[in-house]
Write a protein that binds this ligand. Structure first.
Ligand code: SDX
Length: 393
């Protein structure tokens, strides 16, 4: 048994729920999934094994892992009728808009996994969502760029399947580079779950009304889209490109410090971490590996990011406010180097976070005390007054 983490009364008073899945120590910059540190999981495990850990609470035996991976692999295809759902969108629709719609619509295609009172249906819905998200995200990308859908293959691992569905075309097969596939898998692991962040809390609130799992996950995708949350990876790379060269960094640092300027350093700061986001450290190492592999280690965007990080971390404003790079600061640089457009950064975040949302959704439903979420408010509006006819106003 590891240490039993206890909350101080102040923290408990603000806790939205009790959970056994993920623990974050914001001051120390620690992130544990079922007690295992994220840096060890990122280095030694792989995404589907982390999915098993998040869903069932323990690392799987070899047989359990083989069975789980087989179940996921055999659910990667989408109902063929869903291809017509994609075709209802304009080609320039943001892939997140497509993902929100397609995932929400899954409840109309997979009727036999929508009854949340049935443990078997909850399990099937969990596997279907984890298995199909790479296909859903890849097809959103293919539709967006006007290329034909590429179907999943059962002989490929989870990350390789996703890369191939994104980058293969009928005229030329995409050869998956194992180092890129490993980097993609690591990005999935780093985004898998993160305690009660905004989108996970959205999923929990939606599930508290008894909504079906596909509707709950669609709600989480919608919330993740925001630039202050999952949309920050897209916003961060666009910011780095706007800065362009290291000599322009001071100008943006001053903008970020100006209270009258709404500009924030994208990829910096966090609601909980007041130290380095442990995921950002791993992501930074991965960025160096991937860009070295691709022969773009002198990538100007990466150089600007590293110089921005160095300057910001030395600046009293950021030091005093304990603002450090978060998971989104380097992820976009890796995804850009892999060939993804910025519009695919948040869909990839949503793909990876689906297992976290599902694990938290299952935990909420298994809590006998859970009731429908019904936050109260502090009313500061008008006091009681009688109606006034329009001619007397
Ligand atoms: C994710 O919750 C999660 O777990 C989310 C996530 C996950 O895995 O699910 O970790 C993923 O959403 C990461 C965050 C991605 N967002 C961004 O990178 C966008 C840029 N960051 C900021 O928008 C901001 O840092 C937030 C929204 C993330 C947090 O903002 P808070 O709650 O204001 O943070 P804070 O209380 O620590 O801020 C302290 C001060 C504030 O100024 P004062 O009111 O004290 O004067 O620092 C300022 C903030 O205004 N500040 C920043 C800043 N972030 C906070 N100033 C400049 N640039 C920034 N990035």
């Amino acid at each position: 048994q590891g240490d039993v983490f206890t909350f101080d009364p102040g923290f408990t008073s603000t806790a939205s729920c009790a959970s056994t899945i993920t623990f974050i120590d914001g001051e120390k910059g620690e992130l544990l999934h079922r007690g295992y540190p994220i840096d060890q999981l990122a280095e030694k495990s792989h995404f589907l094994e982390v999915c098993y850990l998040l869903l069932y609470g323990e690392l799987p035996t070899a047989d359990q892992l083989e069975d789980f991976e087989s179940r996921v692999t055999n659910h990667t295809m989408l109902h063929e009728q869903m291809t017509y759902f994609y075709r209802g969108f304009r080609r320039d629709a943001h892939p997140m808009a497509i993902m929100v719609g397609v995932v929400g619509a899954m409840s109309a295609f997979y009727h036999d996994s929508t009854d949340i009172s049935d443990p078997w249906q909850r399990e099937v819905a969990s596997i279907r969502l984890i298995a199909k998200m790479p296909t859903i995200a890849a097809w959103a990308y293919k539709y967006h760029i006007g290329q034909p859908f590429v179907y999943p293959r059962n002989d490929l691992d989870y990350a390789s399947n996703f890369l191939r569905m994104c980058f293969s075309v009928p005229a030329e097969e995409y050869e998956v580079n194992p180092i890129l596939s490993r980097a993609m898998d690591r990005i999935f692991t780093l985004h898998a779950d993160h305690e009660q962040n905004a989108s996970t809390s959205t999923v929990r609130l939606a599930s508290s009304s008894g909504a079906n799992p596909f509707a709950c996950i669609a709600a989480g995708i919608a919330c993740l889209w925001g630039p202050a949350h999952g949309g920050a990876n897209q916003a961060c790379l666009e910011m780095l490109r706007e800065i362009g060269t290291p000599d322009r960094i001071p100008e943006y640092i001053e903008k970020a410090k100006d209270k009258n300027d709404p500009f924030r350093l994208m990829g910096f700061g966090h609601r909980v971490y007041k130290n380095f986001d442990p995921r950002a450290k791993v992501m930074k190492q991965s960025a160096d590996e991937v860009l070295d592999l691709l022969g773009v280690e002198n990538n100007p965007t990466l150089q600007t990011a590293k110089e921005l990080e160095r300057i910001a971390l030395e600046d009293p404003y950021f030091k005093d406010k304990k603002l450090y790079p978060n998971v989104d600061f380097y992820s976009g640089i890796i995804l850009d180097a892999m060939g993804f457009p910025t519009s695919m950064f948040t869909p990839i975040f949503a793909l990876a976070r689906t297992v976290g949302w599902i694990s938290q959704w299952k935990e909420q439903l298994s809590d006998p005390a859970h009731k429908i979420g019904r936050p109260r408010q502090l009313y500061t509006g008008a006091t009681f007054r009688d109606y006034v006819d329009v001619e007397n106003r």
